[in-house]
Design a protein around this ligand. Structure first.
Ligand code: DAH
Length: 395
């Protein structure tokens, strides 16, 4: 096989001879190519940047040439490149276009124009559009079931004239507890196992930060900013130090509601929630108010709806209904009349909240349990797993 010789003589005649030898070798190699030849290594042998024949010509002929011969040698080397490079490249193109390398021998005989034509045809065959192939599908996005439930509930209250308020997830002890009538160290705080942010011992208790355990602090924050009358819903994420199981997650969601005006009564609360439950679960659903306790409402109640799975009968498919534990009722939310003590805290910043002149009701519900009921999800952890197989079911 041809190797590039070193030059000792840089005369025009010696250069012509060396060039002719090289072109002769190229021609011989092209003639020896067959349909099975590895055209890629043929190309590399001649054109590879490192150690291809042309690269060696540079190294062995041009670089060491004495100063007075440089111009002549440079011109010859360039001419050589102009001849060798396109020839080798055209041939090796067949390999790129069609791995079968059809009839190389025959193709070599034809003129270049024809060759180019068949290259184009091969390429066209390779790129032809097959309209019978299935298209590329873009995956559809979907609303997360908890967010969807949140939007539905918010929409029900928007239709009643409520606006939407939001507040921070990292909250101070004052807004999460104290201003909601949970005094420092009061046992009522134990109802909500709280995640505190560490390293704050030097701060006053009311300023220490925690992850909010409910959306209720946004009641206070909104009242401090806006005078009565007020009708707001507050959707959001909350956190508790609860061990995860099928019905508990350290992160979950709530929607809070607050209405403050002159002459707001428990009747308004009952009517509003009864309407909301019917809008959410269907007009057959019944509501019942059960006495309860929250530090920020007085009186307080838990609201239950008739079980949407057994229709309130407690029995289903010939056995006890598992969804309501055969009671016929499902507990959905807490509510009550705003405790005048709450207005006392708000008045420090917004004197218009005078408990002698105004009254209000509030309620708060967990969204995740409602979403689980609506969509038949048995493990709350699925909402937070990020598992596409779960989420894709909601597209
Ligand atoms: N914040 C309470 C909780 O997380 C829920 C609640 C109950 C909110 C009664 C209210 C309410 O606004 O009036 O357990």
């Amino acid at each position: 096989m041809y190797t590039v010789p070193k030059l000792t003589d840089y005369s025009a005649a010696a250069l012509d001879k060396a060039v002719a030898e090289l072109l002769g070798a190229l021609e011989a190699e092209i003639k020896a190519l067959t349909a099975d030849s590895d055209l890629r290594s043929f190309r590399d042998r001649w054109l590879a940047r490192k150690n291809g024949v042309l690269a060696q010509v540079n190294e062995l002929w041009l670089k060491p040439a004495p100063q007075d011969a440089k111009k002549l040698v440079g011109a010859r080397v360039n001419q050589l490149k102009e001849v060798v490079q396109p020839q080798v490249e055209r041939l090796s193109l067949y390999d790129l276009v069609d791995s079968r390398k059809p009839g190389l021998d025959r193709l070599r005989e034809e003129d270049w124009k024809q060759r180019r034509q068949s290259v184009l045809e091969l390429r066209w065959a390779a790129e032809r559009l097959d309209i019978t192939l299935p298209g590329v599908r873009r995956p559809l996005g979907a609303q997360h079931p908890v967010i969807r439930t949140m939007n539905e509930i918010v929409a029900v209250f928007r239709n009643l004239g409520y606006s939407v308020s939001e507040g921070p997830e990292i909250e101070s002890d004052y807004y999460n507890f104290e201003s909601l009538n949970f005094p420092p160290h009061h046992p009522a705080r134990d109802m909500q196992d709280t995640l505190f942010i560490g390293g704050q011992e030097s701060k006053a208790l009311r300023e220490r930060l925690l992850l909010r355990t409910h959306t209720s602090p946004v009641q206070i924050r909104t009242m401090e900013k806006m005078k009565p009358p007020l009708r707001i819903v507050i959707p959001g994420k909350v956190h508790r130090n609860d061990a995860p199981d099928a019905t508990h997650s350290p992160i979950f969601h709530q929607v809070e509601g607050l209405a403050v005006d002159t002459n707001i009564t428990f009747c308004d609360l009952k009517g509003t929630l009864e309407h909301a439950m019917k809008a959410l679960f269907g007009s057959d659903v019944k509501t019942r108010f059960y006495p309860s306790f929250f530090p920020f409402t007085e009186p307080s109640a838990d609201v239950q709806i008739s079980c949407i799975f057994c229709g309130g009968k407690g029995q289903r498919d010939g056995g006890p209904c598992r969804n309501c534990k055969a009671s016929g009722w499902i507990e959905l939310l807490g509510c009550g009349m705003v405790d005048p003590a709450i207005f006392g805290f708000v008045r420090e910043k917004q004197p218009a909240y005078d408990p002698e002149k105004i009254s209000g009701f509030a309620f708060g519900m967990g969204l995740d349990r409602i979403a689980m009921m609506k969509y038949g999800v048995s493990d709350i952890g699925q909402f937070y797993s990020g598992d596409m197989r779960f989420l894709e079911q909601f597209t």
